[in-house]
Design a protein around this ligand. Structure first.
Ligand SMILES: *Cc1c(COP(=O)(O)O)cnc(C)c1O
Length: 337
């Protein structure tokens, strides 16, 4: 099977497995797992941030960040397509008791003006706007990337209004590679950043929440309450360290593969709008003689898996288990249909 359903389907490589098997471990709830400590310190230092917290999922790192930045009754500002709103089970309300102000962004990206206009005045009737959360790349925006100047403009609004600024960077490394940006830039722009190790970076499990030391101390208490305190988690952290040290630069290959597949799609009569392909995600419309589910079924017959994300839209996600040969085979299947 050629699996384009998500960049979470990757299996650990032999190099990664060797790093996992050989990892020194201890009880991380006691703070005694050397490999978890190394991963947290390494990830934080990459971004020039003080501390990190290893968690089982990106949902948990985002939800811990929201909980730690807010009080019940506060309001969180984000794009309407945000993972924190769309795909985390209503966690903002469930875990933090906050309301959400959704912005109509451009493929998942919002502007400083939109954020500023959404901040509530100091009025006892209104929820207190305390947190702005961005997503880069924006998953539901087709892997779209922010321009860093816009991020700085939003940061200035947050600073002016004394609001916290969080980044859901599940695929931040895809954005950095695509835009030639640095981790240091992002570390200096946001209060807190969540990165996923189990997406394009190819680790089996895990995300890291990054931020100032006192914030991460608070986050650690919340992780325990959420049931995310893990014991000999160094075996998993070793995979994450390996991913950060070996699998970032190669994301450019995934982006090139996505461009090739999008080009094959663009030549077909059944393809409608293809969202601009900026990184490893292709979201495109199926029209005319085919529907999105029919297209997905026809591809499945050829051993190629994709997801219909709506009756008219299909999503392809390229990742490190997709070889050049698989891309060629997929382009051939697209052309023949
Ligand atoms: C995958 C993803 C997450 C985290 O998801 P988990 O499956 O909980 O690790 C967060 N944000 C975005 C944009 C994602 O794509």
């Amino acid at each position: 099977m050629i699996d384009f359903r998500s960049d979470t389907v990757t299996r650990p490589t032999t190099g990664m497995l060797a790093a996992m098997i050989n990892a020194p471990v201890g009880d991380d709830v006691f703070g005694e797992d050397p490999t978890v400590n190394e991963l947290e310190a390494y990830a934080a230092s990459l971004f020039g941030l003080e501390a990190g917290l290893f968690c089982p999922s990106g949902t948990m790192t985002n939800q811990i960040a929201i909980k730690a930045h807010t009080q019940p009754g506060d309001e969180v500002i984000c794009d309407k397509l945000s993972h924190i709103y769309q795909y985390e089970g209503g966690g903002i309300a469930f875990n933090s008791g906050c309301s959400v102000r959704l912005l109509e962004g451009n493929r998942g990206r919002v502007t400083a003006d939109q954020v500023e206009a959404a901040i509530n005045p100091d009025d006892i009737h209104k929820p207190v706007s305390t947190l702005v959360s961005l997503e880069n790349t924006a998953n539901r925006g087709g892997g779209s990337c922010y321009d860093f100047t816009n991020i700085l403009a939003i940061k200035a609004v947050c600073t002016q209004h004394n609001m916290a600024f969080h980044l859901d960077g599940a695929r931040l490394f895809n954005a950095l590679v695509a835009k030639g940006e640095t981790t240091a830039q992002y570390g200096s722009a946001f209060n807190t950043i969540s990165i996923c190790l189990s997406k394009g970076l190819g680790a089996p499990v895990g995300s890291v929440l990054l931020g100032p030391k006192p914030f991460i101390q608070k986050a650690k208490r919340i992780r325990k309450v959420f049931g995310g305190g893990m014991r000999q988690a160094g075996f998993l952290a070793a995979a994450g360290l390996y991913a950060l040290q070996n699998n970032i630069a190669r994301l450019a290959e995934d982006h090139a593969h996505a461009q090739l597949i999008a080009k094959a799609l663009a030549e077909k009569d059944y393809t409608g709008e293809i969202l601009p392909v900026e990184t490893n995600i292709i979201i495109f419309e199926i029209k005319g003689r085919l529907t999105a589910p029919a297209f997905v079924a026809a591809m499945k017959e050829q051993g190629i898996l994709m997801i219909a994300i709506s009756p008219t839209q299909v999503r392809i996600v390229v990742h490190l288990d997709i070889s050049q040969e698989m891309v060629a085979k997929t382009m051939e299947a697209i052309r023949k249909l």
